[in-house]
Design a protein around this ligand. Structure first.
Ligand code: F6R
Length: 365
């Protein structure tokens, strides 16, 4: 049932504040602002490293998770798409653990990567939406994302719930490893607790602008997304979402890679979507944006209030989100990229919930 929404994808985008709140309540204690200890099957305290693998959007969630596990838990993370991971013959040892992220819990390559790690003696964690799935059954610890059924082929609420679960796990791991003080833990959990309300506010705030901007975007054949830090995987996710449902060619790049190739493509026919909250990377990303502007590139700037106030560059559009804590920025900044892809596809008249050639669950290699 789509409720009052035109598509399941739209419904699932708007459900995010509610499902994230539900997911978080499984991992954090809202009353005393602490994280619950992670499933004891994975001994985060004594781990030497983490291997993460997944496909598509779930893989991009894992890429964001890598930044968090490294930053908050000082755990080195090895991550690859499952179709490569399973064949790499990577040396692994039992003092590492492996995390597999899958909405369906049935993705063939992800399952094969899980079995490879299991054979190497690693403890297995599964971040899944479908708790009865094969990946969940074969894992030592199951971390449900509790997003509820996701019908739209393009993943939206599963992505942000995967992020919320990994943020909580990274904090729990950092705590177990003695790296996060109670005061830091409290502050991080307070930010997570605020997130559902902020997401609702952002959804209402940006909806009209996303709809009108999508009309402009639909005129282009190619779009480039740029970001740094955790906004880099978001750039990849923005490009994936746009291409899979609108069929507009889109690429995501780490902003610093611009001058190593893609800058050759910049002209007035390829808009560049820059994802840049006012974080420690902001100035660097703005200087990449200047390089785009200097070559006549059209910029769609997705930033926050501080970011908007401190850049004077002319843009095709600036999307201004509220200033939010760094730990929740990836979830909040997912909203404009999802809505932009969604409205562009609707405007172009594609089959949004069932894009051509795609299946919701990829159970063959
Ligand atoms: C993109 C999308 C796919 C899936 C991928 C993995 O919007 O939905 O890229 O993320 O096929 O699927 P799961 O998470 O079921 O393993």
């Amino acid at each position: 049932d789509k409720g009052n929404h035109r598509h399941f994808m739209e419904k699932e985008i708007y459900e995010q504040p509610e499902v994230i709140s539900h997911a978080l309540s499984h991992y954090v204690d809202f009353a005393d602002h602490t994280v619950k200890p992670a499933d004891a099957a994975i001994d985060f305290k004594n781990l030497r490293g983490l291997a993460i693998s997944a496909c598509g959007t779930a893989y991009l969630a894992g890429l964001v998770g890598k930044y968090w596990f490294e930053r908050y838990a000082r755990l080195p993370v090895e991550i690859d798409v499952a179709s490569e991971f399973r064949y790499r013959e990577m040396p692994l040892s039992p003092d590492q653990a492996a995390l597999f992220i899958s909405q369906s819990g049935e993705t063939a390559d992800t399952l094969a990567s899980l079995r490879y790690c299991k054979d190497s003696g690693l403890k297995i964690g599964a971040i899944v939406n479908v708790k009865e799935s094969t990946i969940a059954r074969e894992a030592d610890a199951v971390f449900p994302i509790l997003a509820g059924p996701e019908i739209g082929v393009a993943s939206t609420k599963a992505f942000t719930c995967q992020l919320a679960v990994m943020a909580s796990l990274a904090i729990a791991a950092g705590k177990a490893r003695g790296l996060i003080t109670p005061a830091d833990e409290n502050e991080l959990v307070r930010h997570l607790a605020e997130m559902p309300r902020i997401m609702s506010k952002v959804l209402n705030l940006i909806q009209p602008q996303m709809e009108s901007l999508s009309r402009e975007l639909s005129r282009f054949k190619d779009v480039l997304y740029l970001g740094r830090g955790t906004s880099y995987p978001l750039a990849l996710e923005g490009a994936l979402k746009l291409k899979e449902i609108s069929y507009i060619h889109a690429e995501g790049y780490a902003a610093g890679e611009l001058k190593h190739g893609p800058i050759a493509l910049i002209d007035e026919n390829m808009p560049v979507i820059v994802i840049a909250p006012h974080d420690r990377f902001f100035d660097k990303t703005v200087s990449n944006m200047q390089e785009v502007a200097a070559r006549g590139g059209k910029i769609i700037f997705i930033t926050d209030e501080k970011g908007a106030a401190s850049s004077k560059l002319e843009t095709m559009a600036t999307i201004v989100l509220p200033n939010v804590a760094e730990i929740i920025a990836p979830m909040v900044f997912s909203l404009p990229i999802q809505l932009l892809a969604y409205h562009t596809a609707v405007f172009m008249g594609t089959d949004v919930d069932q894009p051509r050639n795609l299946a919701k669950s990829v159970t063959v290699e």
